[in-house]
Design a protein around this ligand. Structure first.
Ligand SMILES: Cc1ncc(COP(=O)(O)O)c(C=O)c1O
Length: 379
C-alpha cells in the first residue's frame, strides 16, 4: 500500500535526534529550529523524557478513563502549578485540533449557543469545528462550512463589540500569538477589551495556546503578557515534546458533567508520563525564564540581516519577514546549511520555533548561515 500523499516532502530521511540536532541516515547533522511545527519544547530525546517513557511503558502503557489514573493527576497538578492556572481543571485528549474541538463544544454546551467568532489568519486545526474556525477556505470542506462562524480582524474592538452585543455568540477563539497565520498578535488593549466584552455578553473566551504556550513566548502562556484570564485554554504541541497529547484547561465556572466530553486514548498513562517529564524538565532547567534572553540575543543578530523587513513574534516564536517569498531560502537552509526552519501562510515569512533549551551558539549559527545565503543571493 502506498501512503496517501498529502505533504510535499524535503528529500531528507531523519533517523535520530539529540537536543536541537537531528541526523539523517548517513549521519549528517542538522540544526532543528522548527521542531516539526513547534512540537519540540525540551529538545529531541531528552534523557529524562526517554527514561520516563521507558519506565511507564514497562509498568502500564494504557488504560482507559474508566479508572483512576495517578499519572494524569500528577500531570494536571504540575501543569496548574507551572502555568499559574491552578484553579482550572484539565481535560486531556490527543492533539491540538481535538483540544479546540472539545473547547468549542464545551462553550456551546455552556452557553446553549452555536455561533463562534474567530479571526482573520487564524489556524486552529483540521477537525470539524476546528477547521471551521480556521481562516483557510481551501481546507474547509462543504461539511465544515455548516458551522456558524464569523471571522473578524484582529485588534478591531469595535467590530467585536458590534458582534458580541447580539448576545448569540457561544465563544470567541483566539491564538495567544498566531502561528500558521504569520505571527500576528493582539495588543494588550485588544485582549483586555475582548475579555470584558466576552464577560458582558455571556460569551466564552477560548485562548488557543497550542503553538504559543508551554513557555515559547517567554511566559508559560502568551496571553499572560496581557494580564487576562480566559475561560478555556487549549494546549498540545510542546506539551508532549512529540508524544501526541493535548488538553483543555477549564475555568471553575464550568460544571463537570459525566459523558459530556470523552475519549478513548486521551490522557493515557504513557502520554501523561511523557507530558509530565516535559514539565519536570521545563521546571528543573528553568526553561521559561531563559527564553527572553535567548530571544533578545537572536533578534539582535537577525534584525540587521540583508533583506529582513521586520522580525515578528515573541520569545522563541519568531518570524523574519522578507521582501521576497522564502520557500527557496528555506530549501537552501536545509540542503546547504543543514538547518530546518518553517514557513507560514504568509509566503514572505520564515518562522522558527526552536526547542526552549537551544543554545546561543546554535542561534548564532543560524544567524550566520542565513547572513551568508542572503548576502550571496539578494544583495
Ligand atoms: C494554534 C494552533 N492550534 C491548533 C493546531 C492544531 O494542532 P494539531 O495539528 O495537533 O491538531 C495548530 C497546529 O499547527 C496550531 O498551530
Amino acid at each position: 500500500m502506498e501512503l496517501f500523499n498529502v505533504y510535499p516532502l524535503y528529500d531528507v530521511t531523519l533517523v535520530k535526534g539529540r537536543g536541537s540536532r537531528v541526523y539523517d541516515e548517513s549521519g549528517t547533522q542538522y540544526l532543528d529550529l522548527y521542531g516539526g511545527h513547534g512540537v519540540i519544547s525540551i529538545g529531541h530525546c531528552h534523557p529524562r523524557y526517554v527514561e520516563a517513557i521507558k519506565k511507564q511503558v514497562e509498568a502500564l502503557g494504557f488504560y482507559s478513563n474508566s479508572v483512576r489514573n495517578p499519572v494524569q493527576e500528577a500531570l494536571s497538578e504540575k501543569l496548574g502549578k507551572l502555568s499559574g492556572c491552578e484553579e482550572y481543571s484539565l481535560f486531556l485528549c490527543n492533539s491540538g485540533a481535538e483540544a479546540n474541538e472539545n473547547a468549542l463544544k464545551l462553550a456551546s454546551f455552556h452557553t446553549d449557543r452555536s455561533k463562534i467568532v474567530a479571526f482573520s489568519n487564524s489556524f486552529h486545526g483540521r477537525t470539524s469545528a476546528a477547521v471551521a474556525v480556521t481562516d483557510n477556505k481551501r481546507i474547509n470542506a462543504p461539511l465544515n462550512r455548516q458551522h456558524a462562524v464569523q471571522l473578524l480582524p484582529l485588534n478591531d474592538l469595535h467590530a467585536m463589540e458590534k458582534t458580541l452585543s447580539q448576545k448569540d455568540v457561544a465563544a470567541v477563539i483566539v491564538e495567544g500569538i498566531q502561528g500558521v497565520g504569520g505571527l500576528n498578535e493582539g495588543t494588550t488593549e485588544f485582549f483586555k477589551g475582548l475579555e470584558s466584552l466576552c464577560r458582558e455578553n455571556g460569551t466564552v473566551l477560548i485562548l488557543d495556546e497550542i503553538q504559543s504556550g508551554y513557555g515559547r513566548s517567554g511566559k508559560f502562556f502568551a496571553f499572560q503578557h496581557h494580564g487576562i484570564r480566559p475561560d478555556l485554554i487549549t494546549v498540545a504541541k510542546g506539551m508532549g515534546n512529540g508524544f501526541p497529547i493535548g488538553g483543555v484547561l477549564i475555568a471553575p465556572s464550568f460544571q463537570p458533567s459525566f459523558g459530556l466530553l470523552g475519549t478513548t486514548f486521551g490522557g493515557n498513562h504513557l502520554a501523561c508520563a511523557a507530558a509530565l517529564s516535559v514539565l519536570e524538565v521545563i521546571q528543573n532547567e528553568r526553561l521559561v525564564a531563559g527564553v527572553s534572553d535567548l530571544s533578545e540575543f537572536l533578534i539582535d543578530r537577525l534584525k540587521s540581516l540583508p533583506g529582513v523587513q521586520r522580525v515578528k513574534g515573541r520569545g522563541l516564536m519568531l518570524g523574519l519577514e522578507f521582501d521576497f517569498e522564502v520557500a527557496g531560502l528555506r530549501k537552501r537552509m536545509i540542503h546547504e546549511k543543514k538547518i530546518f526552519t518553517g514557513g507560514s501562510s504568509n509566503p514572505r515569512l520564515l518562522r522558527i520555533l526552536p526547542p526552549l533549551n537551544v543554545s546561543k551558539e546554535e542561534l548564532a549559527q543560524f544567524a550566520e548561515s542565513l547572513d551568508e545565503l542572503l548576502k550571496e543571493e539578494w544583495v
